[in-house]
Write a protein that binds this ligand. Structure first.
Ligand SMILES: Nc1ncnc2c1ncn2[C@@H]1O[C@H](COP(=O)(O)OP(=O)(O)O)[C@@H](O)[C@H]1O
Ligand SMILES: [Mg+2]
Length: 393
């Protein structure tokens, strides 16, 4: 198995289900001397009807086995199209790309076991059939990264911390990598850390609640609060914010992971009722959700990280990094920490997670474990993913 430079495409669609992010990376070597360079990134939106169906299914609305099977293959085609159009855009022939890592679209994630037919069961399901991606692109594709970790009693998430460790570790600086997708998650990388010293977990909702409120109040005309335009017109209601902070998830000790199952529609309903009780206008509620997105991260840092670890920098990525109110709140609440967007370290905010799945696929393909048991709670390291080989040329 050669460890000279290869081109790897990483693809990701997160809990926001806003579209597919694609990153092209040149990767060589092996940890601790793995070299990864991001060569390009792009993203494509889902057609609105398909997105509505993904969100409906991810909200655990009824779907037949037949429809789920169809959706898996249909999404496989979308991911394949995204890969091919990224290659055209980057002017790279697909035949030069050695490997694809495709996270797929999560439609269910239950990281902690819950009773199911009287036995505690954890499970996760990402769809977007990798065999279709491999067939259409002619590129061997690694998919289904999470189940191997759950099979070792881990939560199957978060997986990006392995990439965070490789990309951001620093001999002298303690760093936290914060990704603000639908959900906010942090990776804590103490100065000079070894992989065993990495702590990572989901801190709570980032854009999921904001997006849901915006879609609700605009009857679907807007999908998100671009540049915090609406939140900045809202009025602060401290009592309402205090009630948001009573959320029991915040107090749960890590490892922990969450998603639309917890912060989806039922949660939106609760927050809307809270808003009515406090006579909040739509923009007041959007403001509260935005401040909660930022300060629930700070709460997690104060509770579980800063008492034990010296942190110098907070590196922010994900779509929420473009929300000026979230960034301002983080900086104000963490005066002793430098808050900086990941692009300052050469990784565009919207490309970080796709880049991470290129790295994870590279590791899987070389049969190296890439889960961090300290982050997922798994019994031990494991090789992630399943390989769909490209048809012979
Ligand atoms: N300019 C912006 N202003 C405010 N929010 C933004 C902006 N750009 C993106 N976002 C937010 O980022 C979200 C998408 O982030 P992303 O990292 O793709 O999340 P996920 O990984 O869950 O798909 C959007 O739904 C939106 O809420
Ligand atoms: Mg996204």
């Amino acid at each position: 198995m050669s460890e000279k430079p290869i081109l790897v495409l990483g693809m990701m669609s997160g809990t926001s289900a806003d579209g597919i992010d694609v990153a092209l990376a040149r990767i060589s070597g092996a940890p601790p001397n793995l070299n990864a360079k991001l060569l390009g990134h792009t993203s494509g939106k889902f057609p609105p009807a398909l997105r509505r169906e993904i969100l409906r299914v991810a909200e655990q609305q009824p779907i037949s086995a037949g429809e789920l099977s169809q959706l898996n293959f249909r999404l496989g085609e979308r991911f394949a199209d995204a890969a091919l159009s990224a290659c055209r855009q980057f002017r790279v022939l697909p035949s030069r790309v050695a490997l694809i890592g495709s996270h797929g679209q999560t439609i269910f994630h239950q990281g902690r076991p819950v009773p199911y037919f009287s036995s505690p069961t954890a499970s996760t399901l990402q769809i977007g059939e990798p065999s279709v991606i491999a067939a259409r692109t002619g590129i061997t594709t690694v998919g289904d990264f999470r189940p191997a970790d759950i099979a070792l009693d881990g939560q199957g998430a978060p997986l990006v911390p392995y990439a965070d460790y490789l990309l951001y570790r620093h001999a002298k600086l303690g760093r936290v990598s914060l990704n603000l997708g639908g959900i906010a998650n942090i990776t804590v990388i103490p100065a000079g850390a070894e992989p065993e010293g990495i702590v990572a977990f989901d801190t709570g909702p980032a854009n999921m609640l904001i997006d849901a409120l915006v879609a609700h109040f605009t009857r679907g005309r807007r999908r998100f609060d671009e540049n915090a335009h609406l939140a900045l017109q809202g009025r602060g209601i401290p009592a309402l914010l205090n009630e948001l902070f009573r959320d029991p998830y915040l107090k749960l000790p890590p490892p922990k992971s969450t998603g639309r199952e917890y912060y989806g529609r039922a949660y939106l309903k609760k927050v809307l009722a809270l808003g009515r009780r406090h006579r909040a206008k739509p923009n007041d509620l959007i403001r509260a959700a935005t401040i909660f997105a930022a300060l629930s991260v700070v709460d997690a840092l104060d509770r579980f990280v800063l008492p034990k670890t010296k942190i110098h920098q907070l590196i922010v990525s994900g779509g929420g990094a473009y929300n000026p109110l979230i960034l301002a709140q983080l900086s104000a609440a963490l005066p002793r920490i430098e808050v900086l967007p990941s692009s300052r370290l050469g990784i565009p905010e919207e490309a970080k997670e796709a880049f991470a799945f290129a790295l994870l696929a590279y590791e899987s393909f070389h049969r190296r474990p890439a889960n961090l048991p300290s982050a997922t709670g798994a019994h031990g390291p494991t090789i992630l993913g399943k390989i769909s080989y490209a048809p012979p040329r």
